[in-house]
Design a protein around this ligand. Structure first.
Ligand code: GAL
Ligand code: ZN
Length: 682
């Protein structure tokens, strides 16, 4: 599956046909080898119902193939055409306010609409018949950004009916459902399945178990909708790959389930957009931001996305299907990009585990919603910065190819789970507490400490990790406790964060002392939990007698078979433990009962790493990142000043210059160094 390496997202339908050959020639000249097309072109493929027009697409494919370019074909289902919506307006989704959303942008469909399923089957079948064995077509992208623009959850009558079917299937009886939801509360007990609705437009907050099931059902609906397309493509284009484009820490779909039937995952990386829009949801509101170059985005945010996306399929190499290649149009300030930045992002993608990087988009568009979005070419077709960057990387492609296929090497994992995310974010209790924010805090602390970190499903095989951190294992039962206990007994180091084991899988609070099913494993009991308002902190001390503080959330622990690692030295929890450790079998289980700020994290991590036998790859200044893939180590400087990293690897050679590397490796501003460790260190 390796060959394509750099590519571009192309919309031939936006340009006159006599331009396509020139575009293809320029793509080839820049060293691009793969082109994604078609994902929004339904109205061009089927201008009126049942009348297909393949001529333009045949010709576009010809033009690309003539230059040796390979093609990923998108199924156009995120844009049902006007004639279809006019004929079947009930395809349009309904928002949480009960309003039907309009035609006129994209993603305007309900995943549970049977009519839409039928039209989906028809267009996907027609496309697969026509192009499934086309020599230039190497694979498929399903739809585009499932769930984007708040479309993962539709509140129409169809969805309400499908929800009832889903619930019947899950619970069999209303007694079971009423018990699982605690429906006795506020007289919510149901006596007829028809009484159950989606949990929108309730007078005040809806029942948290009801909402959690609604989120699960909605996610399942999208996964089932994707499967309709997958089944057709598997049958009609059996030896072509199938992927779709994911969106980093997008919270509305269970990405583990959506990725399961795909050959590999792809995601869309817009570093400046993510820094501006997602960054504020990941950092604490008042947290000082790293000093970075203004046009590189935030590599801690981009890196978190990469690690989360790589974990969707357990570390398998993936694609970046849309890589920002200039300025974008949808964030707050959309900074202009300087030379070097696109190359930096490209290498960051490769270092993180991507095998192919596809730039968005070929040429800036003259009309409609994305007029201010750059492409590799400008509006006037002159090469823009992105094109020049791609040209510049031509010489670097042989090195890039020698990295493809290898696994990223990581000793530490953070566990993620969408049920936990949904349940926590539904009732955060303290408004700055948020699921991804909690994971990001641990992730960033490790990355800054020079320790590359995976983010993986809690179902993943944990035995390959020396250290596993589960910041928020909120919904738990004895099965999870047994799995994690086995990991620890076999020698692993496990950290459970605040509120772990608080709830059952159906989102009821456990009737056991906290942390519920994990109490035996951690050997400590949560006696009290306090949410702390702004400005209130409880003093803490750690194993080195450093003075620290707990802010946001503090749990007071009594120890049964654990040792305190941090304890409160004042405030209402004085004398109780805040963080504990228990040796279990060959490993150890840590319970971290405080929301971790930077100082607490640094203390905890500096204690954990040697305990778990994890060696940082390098000592890094802020804004400098390190990772290891196969036999290469990558150093990135995302700041505007030269920087030095202190390496913990011996006998490395600079893969660009062939010079051997000193322990102190200098990295120019906004630059990357690729270090080859030699075959024996693989
Ligand atoms: C992506 C989307 C693309 C395009 C791009 C603009 O989220 O998949 O179609 O809209 O954003 O940055
Ligand atoms: Zn619907």
């Amino acid at each position: 599956m390796k060959p394509p390496l750099l590519g571009v997202d192309y919309y031939p339908e936006h340009w006159p046909a006599d331009r396509w050959a020139t575009d293809a020639r320029m793509m080839h000249a820049a060293g691009l080898s793969v082109v994604r097309i078609g994902e929004f072109a339904w109205a061009k493929m089927e201008p009126t119902e049942g009348r297909y027009d393949w001529r333009w697409l045949d010709e576009a494919l010809e033009a690309l193939a003539a230059e040796g370019l390979q093609v990923v074909l998108g199924t156009p289902t995120s844009t049902p055409p006007a004639w279809l919506i006019q004929k079947h307006p009930d395809i349009l989704p309904v928002d949480a306010q009960g309003r039907r959303r309009n035609f006129g942008s994209r993603r305007h469909y309900c995943s549970n609409n049977a009519t839409y399923h039928e039209y989906t089957r028809r267009i996907v079948t027609a496309l697969a018949h026509r192009y499934g064995n086309h020599p230039a077509v190497i694979g498929w992208q399903l739809d585009n950004e499932f769930g984007c623009h708040d479309t993962a959850r539709c509140y129409c009558e169809n969805c309400a009916a499908a929800f009832r079917v889903w619930l019947k299937d899950k619970y069999s009886s209303l007694d079971a459902l009423n018990a699982a939801w605690g429906a006795v509360f506020w007289s919510q007990s149901y006596t007829d399945w028809a009484q159950i609705s989606p949990p929108n437009l309730t007078v005040t907050e809806a029942n948290s178990s009801h909402v959690l099931d609604w989120y699960r059902f909605s996610s399942d609906s999208v996964v089932a909708y994707a499967q309709i397309q997958i089944s057709i493509l598997r049958q009609l284009a059996p030896d072509r790959f199938i992927t779709t484009n994911f969106m980093g820490p997008f919270p509305d779909l269970d990405y583990y389930q959506l990725s399961a039937p795909l050959d590999f995952i792809a995601w869309n990386s817009y570093p400046t957009g993510y820094a501006e829009v997602t960054g504020p949801t990941l950092y604490m509101p008042d947290e000082p931001r790293p000093k970075l170059a203004y046009d590189v985005g935030d590599p801690y945010v981009t890196g978190f996305c990469h690690d989360l996306m790589r974990g969707l399929k357990d570390g398998l190499p993936y694609w970046v299907m849309e890589q920002q290649a200039g300025s974008i149009n949808w964030a707050n300030t959309n900074p202009g990009i300087r030379p070097g930045t696109v190359r930096l992002w490209t290498w960051h993608d490769l270092a993180a585990g991507a095998d192919t990087v596809v730039y968005f988009r070929w040429r800036a568009c003259l009309y409609a919603q994305e007029q201010y979005h750059s492409g590799l070419l400008r509006h006037d077709a002159a090469p823009d910065l992105g094109y020049r960057e791609v040209l510049r990387m031509k010489d670097e492609q042989p090195l890039m190819r020698s990295i493809q296929g290898a696994r990223v090497q990581v000793d530490v994992a953070i566990l993620a789970d969408y049920d936990d995310l949904w349940a926590l974010d539904l009732q955060p209790h303290n408004h700055v507490i948020a699921y991804w924010r909690h994971l990001f805090a641990y992730h960033r602390a490790l990355v800054r400490a020079g320790v590359p970190t995976d983010v993986v499903s809690k179902q993943a095989d944990l035995s390959r990790y020396k250290l596993v951190i589960a910041p928020s294992l909120l919904l738990a039962d004895d099965v999870w406790a047994a799995r994690l206990t086995a990991y620890v007994k076999a020698g692993g180091t496990l950290v459970l964060g605040v509120r772990s084991g608080f709830k059952t899988p159906s989102n009821l609070v456990t009737d056991q002392p906290l942390p519920g099913p994990f109490r035996e494993l951690v050997g400590a009991t949560v006696e009290a939990w306090h949410s702390l308002p702004p400005g209130v902190t409880y003093p803490l001390t750690d194993h080195k007698h450093q003075m620290l503080t707990a802010a946001i959330w503090a749990e007071g622990l009594s120890t049964q078979s654990a040792q305190p690692l941090m304890f409160y030295t004042g405030g209402p929890l004085e004398g109780q433990a805040a963080v504990t450790v228990k040796v279990v079998g060959q490993g150890r289980a840590v319970y971290a009962g405080v929301w971790p700020d930077e100082a607490v994290l640094n203390s905890l991590i500096s204690w954990l790493l040697p305990q778990a036998g994890v060696q940082p790859l390098a000592l890094l200044p802020e804004g400098v990142l390190v990772s290891r893939r196969g036999s290469f180590v990558f150093l990135f400087n995302f700041t505007d000043a030269p920087a030095t990293a202190w390496l913990n690897v011996t006998s490395a050679v600079d893969a660009f210059t062939g010079q051997s590397i000193e322990r102190a490796a200098a990295i120019a501003a906004r630059d990357v160094r690729v270090l080859s460790l030699g075959a024996d260190s693989r």
